[in-house]
Structures are given as structure tokens and as C-alpha cells.
Design a protein around this ligand. Sequence first.
Ligand code: 0PR
Length: 370
Amino acid sequence: MRKSGRSEEEVLRELEEMWNSRIPYERVFSSMCTKPHPIAVKAFLLFIESNLGDFGIFPSVKELEDKVVSISAELLGIKKFCGYMTSGGTEANIQALRALRNVKRGKNFIAPKSRHFSIDKASDILGVEMKIAPLNEEYQVDVSALEEMIDENTFGIVALAGSTELGQIDPLEEISKMASECDIPVHVDAAFGAFVIPFIDELDVNFSLPSISSISGDPHKMGMSVIPSGILLFSEEKYMDAIKVRTPYLTTKHQYSLPGTRPGASAAATYAVFEHLGKEGYRKIVERCMRNTKLIIELMEELGFEPVIEPKMNIVTFEMEDIDRIREELKKRRWLVSKSLNPLGMRLVIMPHVEEENLKLFVEDLKRII
Ligand code: 0PR
């Protein structure tokens, strides 16, 4: 650290320059995050000092967290729940698996090949084996293969409602039926899907099924809130209790979250955007993302690329062998896309910041590259 400080103006100028050097979100098709809604930013700033880790000092943030959790549950059609706000999908996945492991005391869990890498982190941190279930031709988990992998040490199953690479949804009803017969709880990772699925009529996904023990969803993805904002819902108190830690010297008696100190500002921001947009507001945003997803498919089909699956949500992936070269070339032209590995291809996340006009410009550049 320098001995004497620089002026505020000078420091901020340096930061502004750094910030301005980025590729703006308008040209980013690789991200599940987006510009937070302006009301979320205002609410975040209003509560910037608050700490959910010691909410006795800021009682209103606990109230806001509870409201965010119950609005999310209602949106997903879940009547009986408990839960808390996480820092995002990674914490939610770690905590959900920790709860299942603590309740059932098993040594392994099963996750689909399409899982997000945060599940691998959970396996490592918890020191439990992760068995990887294969997928069917639609890139959903193969339920009969999954069933065969269950053994006497299995404490849980992970399913996806919005896979990272394809936005695919695993057959939850089928998984729930099988898991109920085998008496194994299921964690549903809906980090991306939770704030998309409820707004697409054709996606009739039932989150309130037997054996689904937890569901995660991220307001900092399609919820238009600030980073960090995640939700973790449990079907029964026993799972929450299984991750409860005593905090004797704080203003609160116990904690459920992985971090101790955590932003109350996220709860305020998420509540603000939920209240301001309402279901109608979110529906409009999702509909526009879906229209743009259909548009990019049409434009890509003109270039000879077919989507790997008919997209369920606003993520679309095209098989592409020389994706590494194409991605580099696109980056030189200041477009960011991501690479899918299973199958190898170009993955585009058509977030609310993606404009129709930019999709057309992007495809023109892509045409020149190929
Ligand atoms: N579960 C699923 C299905 C996910 O897709 C992700 C993140 C997570 C869990 C973990 O969520 P957190 O990153 O909030 O802990 N998927 C995105 C991805 O890997 C995360 C992301 C977001 C990456 C924005 C890049 C980016 O610019 O693609």
C-alpha cells in the first residue's frame, strides 16, 4: 500500500479507464449474467452497509431475505419450503449436497454428465464421491442408467432445470418417481432456469414433486438482480437444520449460509426488482429473450448451423468443430461467445442485454470468419 493516498478524482479516473476497457454486455453472448435492473442497483446502494450475517443489527434485511425466498417459492409453485439467500448457484449446490449428506450420511451422490462444475467443487469440499450419470440423445439424464448407479451409500441425486451448456431440463417427474421408490432425495439445480421456466407457458415443469428435497435459482442470472444473489429452497426443515451452525456471540443465534458476512444489499436489490417487475415484467423480458433466441437460430441456419437441441430456454448451442479458432476471431472483433464441450460447439446465452440488431451484426462477422 502507498504511504500517502491519491486524490479521489485520480483513483476514480483510473478505475473508470479500467472499466471502460471491457467488451460491453451488448456484445457478450457468453454470459448468464446481465446488467442488473436499475431499481436493483438503487436498492443495493441503499443497503450497502448491511450484513445478513449479523442481521440483529439490520432486522429489515432478514425480512427482505424471507420475502425474496417466499416470492421465489411461490413463483416455482412450491407451497411448503424453507430456505435462504445464497451468493449464487455454487454456494447453493454445495449447501444442498451438504444438507443431503448430513441427513443421510452416505458416501456418494449421482449427478448428470451435464452438471455445472460447481457440483465437482461440492464433491471435493464434502469429500464424497460423485458418480456421473450418462445422458440420453436429448442431453437429459438417462433415468434408467441413473437408477442403476444407486447403491447403499448414495445420499442424493442432482438434476438440472436449465443445464449450463444447453439449457436442457432433466425429466423431473420421472426422476422423482424413481427416487421416491429408492428413497433418495433430489437436488434440482435451477440456477438459470428458475427465473425463466415460470414465464414460458410451454415449459410445464413441476418443482413440487415427491423426493425433490431442494431447488436452487439465481436472481443474479435471469432474475435481473445484482451479483451476488441466489436462492436455495428446501422442502423440509430437516435439511435446513442439517446445515445449521451456532453463532453464540452474534446478534443472531445461528447461521445457515456458507459465508458468515454476506450482503443484505442483495436481498434489498432482489426484493426491489421482484416487486417492480412482477410476473408481467419478467414475462416480457423472457419473451423478448426467446424471440431473440429464435432469431439467432434462423440466422445461424442460413449459415448452415443447426442447434444441438431445440432450445427450451434462451441458451442455444451449435455444433462447431473449429470453435476455438472462430471464438478467437470473434473476440478480435469484440464479440464474446462460449464453447460447449458436450458436444463441441458454440454456446450462446441470449440474455436481456442482447439486442436484435447486434445479433445481425454478429452473424455478418461470423460469416466473414467462416
Ligand atoms: N448451476 C448452473 C446450472 C450454472 O449454469 C451455474 C453457473 C451454476 C450452477 C453456478 O452459479 P454461480 O456461478 O452463480 O455460482 N453458470 C454460469 C456458467 O458457468 C456462470 C457464469 C455466469 C459464467 C456469467 C460466466 C458468466 O459471464 O456459464
